[in-house]
Design a protein around this ligand. Structure first.
Ligand SMILES: Cc1ncc(COP(=O)(O)O)c(C=O)c1O
Length: 383
């Protein structure tokens, strides 16, 4: 039995998504910018997809821009706002626990003369709203905060931030990286006063290499990809038609089953937590109790997360150490910001669930996990 518990890294596409991609590749292969009938048909279908996604979010059709995924959406929001509004100010607020697609973009902007404030995270992986309020200055143009942290699943107070920013005299744009929250938390963009929101297809059982960004129509933003201006002049390049078709199916299924799937993941996460805590000793739960429904980060003290990951892979169980993109590099910046010790960071494993997982998988995974943890502890203690 293959047990895939690495759904924050990526998810398995729905069968309907695969069918839609194949359909687009084999039937609707015309360029949507072509003015002949075949092109116009594709253009119309993309228009309808955009409309459906906008409806799911409760926003306008022209406020949805397709991107090559979450990384591009985050780059577009951060660089686009910074460059278009730099005459008004050069100060940006973000957090220490953002995904590298945001953090490394901020590092770049720092080198270009922007001033970036990186907010702290507490033991639960949550930022302090008071610190955010106190960091705002006359020249602040953007606040960029992830909704759900991809390593521990902590949920940031974006509702509070949005409400607060709405009442300020100076316009400060609010960007939310919703890549780990879309499909996992039921929320409406308009309610939270968000100006820009990033979503990625492959985290919601859609294809890789496609995503979208919501940009409020009143936003002053500079495009980062210039060319033919295909996406309302905000993003250029021939549309990824198979990706957009697949994404539309993933958004449709995600939206349709949202509440049921959230409840399912919540109960699987609870089962995983209960099974781990009752079967394995000397552990530390790094995810907050009130964290997102699909992520559970646990340190198995006296083990090395990376070794444990490869032992579990022998049992056909797939997990992650930190986030997939950063797990090959140095110690997790998120767990470090949360104040974990070196041993706790080294022994950390991220389990991430999806609606495709079952209770049986969780039980089997923990039985194997218990054996592997004991094995590794024995080897390490003999050294
Ligand atoms: C919170 C968060 N932001 C951004 C990204 C990047 O998204 P993509 O893989 O679509 O570029 C990820 C992917 O792991 C993520 O978890």
């Amino acid at each position: 039995m293959e047990i895939y518990l690495d759904n924050s890294a990526t998810t398995k596409p729905y069968d309907e998504v695969v069918e839609k991609i194949v359909y687009a590749l084999t039937k609707e292969y015309a360029n949507p910018s072509s003015i002949h009938r075949k092109g116009v048909i594709v253009e119309k279908q993309i228009k309808n997809i955009r409309k459906d996604i906008a409806k799911a979010l409760g926003v306008k059709e022209k406020e949805i821009i397709f991107t090559s995924g979450g990384t591009e959406a985050n780059n577009m929001a951060i660089r686009g706002i910074a460059y278009a509004n730099k005459k008004r100010g050069n100060h940006i607020i973000t957090t220490q626990i953002e995904h590298p697609s945001s953090l490394n973009t901020f590092k770049d902007l720092e080198n270009e003369g922007f001033e970036i404030t990186y907010l702290d995270a507490d033991k639960k992986g949550v930022i302090d709203f008071e610190q955010l309020k106190n960091s705002i200055k006359e020249n602040t143009i953007l606040i960029s905060v992830m909704h759900v942290n991809n390593e521990v699943g902590s949920i940031q107070p974006i509702d509070k931030i949005g409400r607060y920013l709405k009442n300020l005299k100076n316009k400060i744009y609010f960007h939310v990286d919703a890549i780990q929250s879309f499909g996992k938390i039921d929320f409406k963009v308009s309610k939270y006063n968000i100006d820009l929101l990033s979503v990625s297809g492959h985290k919601i059982h859609g294809p890789k290499g496609i995503g979208f960004i919501y940009i409020n129509e009143k936003t002053k933003i500079k495009p980062i990809l210039t060319g033919g201006g295909q996406e309302y002049d905000l993003r250029s390049g021939t549309e990824n038609v198979p990706g957009i078709f697949g994404l539309s199916e993933a958004v449709r299924i995600t939206t349709l089953n949202l509440e049921n799937n959230i409840q399912k993941m919540k109960s699987l996460r609870k089962l995983l937590l209960d099974e781990i805590t009752s079967n394995i000793d000397n552990i530390k739960i790094n995810s907050p109790e009130d964290g997102v429904c699909h992520i559970l980060n646990v340190s198995f003290i006296g083990t090395k997360g990376e070794i444990l990951l490869h032992y579990l892979e022998e049992d056909n169980i797939y997990v992650s150490t930190g986030s997939a993109c950063s797990s090959k590099k140095k110690a997790s910046h998120v767990l470090t910001a949360m104040g974990l010790s070196k041993d706790e960071i080294e022994g950390a494993i991220r389990f991430s669930l999806s609606c495709m997982n079952t209770e049986e998988e969780i039980k089997v995974a923990v039985q194997k996990l218990k054996i592997r943890v004991e094995e590794i502890r024995k080897i390490i203690s003999k050294r």
